[in-house]
Design a protein around this ligand. Sequence first.
Ligand SMILES: *[C@@H]1O[C@H](CO)[C@@H](O)[C@H](O)[C@H]1NC(C)=O
Ligand SMILES: *[C@@H]1O[C@H](CO)[C@@H](O)[C@H](O)[C@H]1NC(C)=O
Length: 267
Amino acid sequence: MYAKKFVACFLTLLNFDFVQPTVLKEDHPFDLVIFTQFWPQTVCKEWKEHNPSHTCAMPAKKDSWTIHGVWPTKLGTKTPAFCNRTWLFDPEEVRPIEKDLLAMWPNIEVESAYTLWAHEWNKHGTCAAVLEPLNSQLKYFQQGLTWLQKYFIYDILKEANIVPSDNKEYRIEDIYQAVLKNVSVRPAIECDREHGGNFIVEVRLCFSKKLELVDCDGIAFHDMEEYGSILTNCNPNSGVYYLENAVPKTVYVQLYKLLSWLQWFTL
Ligand SMILES: *[C@@H]1O[C@H](CO)[C@@H](O)[C@H](O)[C@H]1NC(C)=O
Ligand SMILES: *[C@@H]1O[C@H](CO)[C@@H](O)[C@H](O)[C@H]1NC(C)=O
């Protein structure tokens, strides 16, 4: 019994989707709801880096941050997840808002948006659905659209003269302050730091269970380090890039530097 529970917990932590969480089913506590927007150019860059044959489905509007997800979250964890395995995503449920979803919640990584929506609903939406304003697929996805329009990161950064550029380096403090100033709560900002890079990729805003903005303090974060009061994994000691193009010159510059270094090293 305990062994089974332990194994189930362990596999759940690893996000193994095939575990039947019978022993965990009764309770899926969470503290807040994270709303994550991402920057398609950087998402596409990462996707292509995984495999050069990958192509991206970019949003029609070039200045568009788009929605990654709406995630009920227990502080310090990446749970709950998959709270109802029989309530699966159904494209018919979101048909009335499908056009807006395609524009604002597209799947950058493959052609079919449904795979992203199905993943987000099955993993996170089924947990969010205990909250009355999020208790259907239509309401859950609509809430994402509403938040994107209300807290559109492109406009928020632009007000602080932070705009996409392949060459310009921004300070993480400035990006952070721009968002903080606008929403008056502490966001969390994620960078893609693969290959020594420092590319802004996600901005997270946090909401209480009443769906009011709250600080993101305490959320679990990939490689999270706190720099002063900033919740981020971005490297504070180097500039942050806000890419204008998924395959920017700067990546080639880095690749060139790497190749030069390898050549020097092997000769
Ligand atoms: C799971 O979802 C189905 C379909 O909406 C619903 O009938 C059922 O009551 C849900 N189960 C739980 C445990 O919430
Ligand atoms: C937040 O940014 C939006 C978009 O630029 C702007 O319309 C709004 O007035 C800003 N709000 C505050 C409080 O700065």
